[in-house]
Design a binder for this molecule. Structure first.
Ligand SMILES: Cc1cc2nc3c(=O)[nH]c(=O)nc-3n(C[C@H](O)[C@H](O)[C@H](O)COP(=O)(O)OP(=O)(O)OC[C@H]3O[C@@H](n4cnc5c(N)ncnc54)[C@H](O)[C@@H]3O)c2cc1C
Length: 378
């Protein structure tokens, strides 16, 4: 019988893992990839949708375009995971595996921040779409961009939102009638890279964006239009753009695999404490950022380990904990930071200042994944 590999979640992690397995082993393995959605959407596309640079249709990558030898992609919702038996229940039936990989990402715990359900968040596709309409009707006022908890996906994304909002309001002639405040629990925008952080802080100052580091949004009072911060202070707002608290999806919590909100793993091999069960991407507690490039890197390491184990040849690679993040600085320019979490005693970051060339690089990043995973042309 062919080895059965069950991958839960067709996001950054699941797509890269199954693509690599298919490239190396094709029909000699039996891979099942399960996702409840009908399309993949890059995280950064949510900012483009929110600010009206793209429509949802422009950025949806339908799973119907995904076809890889040896891999079956099923549209099902995972309802229970038994990591001991490597058995998974979905709304359509049961799946058993020799190897199980949990790549279900992180979800948002809106209720964890009192009042947030009566305001707006821009981290989900639905939230970004709703904000696109709300922003179009906005006529100026006090805007607060606020982070409700750590860890959160793509640490530079709220900084990008602040800079993109500045451009958006400027273009609509509303910048003079608006104030932008940006609340983030970190002491600096991108902690592993002082140079990137300094450039972002300078960009905020140039644009009169009030940067409020080291503070977290504790709750909101939508009736009074006020945000309460964890230092006891309050901020009035006309429009709130939030980053909700994150956690693993409830089905992972119910499986008993998570501890303190995330799935413990060996950070270099992504093995969980259950034999033959791995976790990759945002749900795994690796100590690296919750970002697509890191989910991909972890997925590559697991794929190589499985290929080596099944084919009894080749070598398992370790997850490097390194990756490049593109950062929208506004005015069409993009910067980059290359972060490395495992090579030294502390995380490091190398900064590349914003340029139009790096915009081309970011476009290539998206286009290369569209081609690799979905066979779509550049
Ligand atoms: C605003 C924003 C900007 C970002 N910008 C960047 C960026 O520039 N670069 C970058 O690298 N990263 C960026 N990210 C982060 C990136 O999107 C995530 O870190 C990445 O998608 C994580 O990959 P993953 O495979 O762990 O999870 P995901 O890609 O989230 O995939 C998880 C999958 O699991 C599925 N799923 C969940 N629960 C179930 C269930 N019960 N049953 C079936 N299927 C289920 C979901 O439908 C989803 O497809 C950004 C994120 C946001 C919100």
């Amino acid at each position: 019988m062919k080895p059965r590999i069950l991958v839960l979640g067709a996001g950054f992690g699941g797509l890269e893992l199954t693509t690599r397995l298919s490239e190396a082993m094709g029909d000699s393995i039996d891979v099942t990839l399960i996702d409840r959605s009908d399309a993949f959407i890059f995280g950064f596309s949510k900012l483009d949708v929110m600010f009206g640079h793209s429509t949802l249709d422009d950025v949806r990558l339908p799973y119907s375009s995904y076809a890889k030898p040896g891999v079956r992609l099923l549209r099902e919702t995972v309802t229970a995971i038994d990591p001991v038996a490597k058995r998974v229940t979905t709304d359509a039936g049961m799946h058993e595996a020799d190897y199980l990989i949990v790549a279900l990402g992180a979800e948002y715990d809106i209720e964890a921040t009192p009042g947030l359900s009566g305001a707006n968040e821009f981290y989900s596709v639905a939230g970004a779409e709703k904000l696109r309409e709300i922003l179009a009707d906005f006529q100026g006022g006090r805007v607060v961009i606020g982070v409700c908890g750590t860890p959160f996906k793509c640490p530079p994304a709220p900084s990008e939102a602040a800079l993109m909002l500045h451009d958006y309001l400027l273009e609509r002639g509303l910048r003079d009638k608006s104030e932008i405040s940006f609340v983030i629990p970190f002491k600096t925008p991108v902690p592993p890279s002082p140079e990137t952080s300094a450039a972002l802080v300078e960009a905020f100052a140039e644009r009169n964006i009030a940067f409020m580091p080291g503070k977290k949004v504790e709750s909101l009072d939508p009736a009074r239009k006020s945000v309460q911060l964890d230092d006891g202070s309050e901020l009035p707002y006309d429009l709130f753009l939030g980053v909700p608290k994150h956690r693993v999806p409830p089905v992972v919590i119910d499986s008993g695999m998570s501890e303190n909100g995330w799935i413990p793993v060996n950070p270099r091999t992504l093995e969980t404490k259950y034999p033959g069960v791995y976790a990759v991407g945002d749900g795994a507690a690796t100590g690296t950022p919750k970002a697509g490039v890191f989910a991909e890197g972890a997925a590559r390491a697991v794929a190589d380990a499985l290929i080596a184990a099944i084919s009894k040849s080749g070598e398992a690679s370790l997850y490097s904990g390194a990756g490049s993040c593109y950062i929208e600085f506004g005015a069409g320019r993009i910067g980059r930071v290359d972060v490395d979490f495992f090579s030294g005693p502390a995380p490091t970051g190398v900064y590349y200042p914003p340029s139009t060339e790096l915009r081309t690089d970011k476009e290539h990043f998206g286009a290369s994944r569209r081609a690799r995973w979905f066979g779509l042309n550049y």
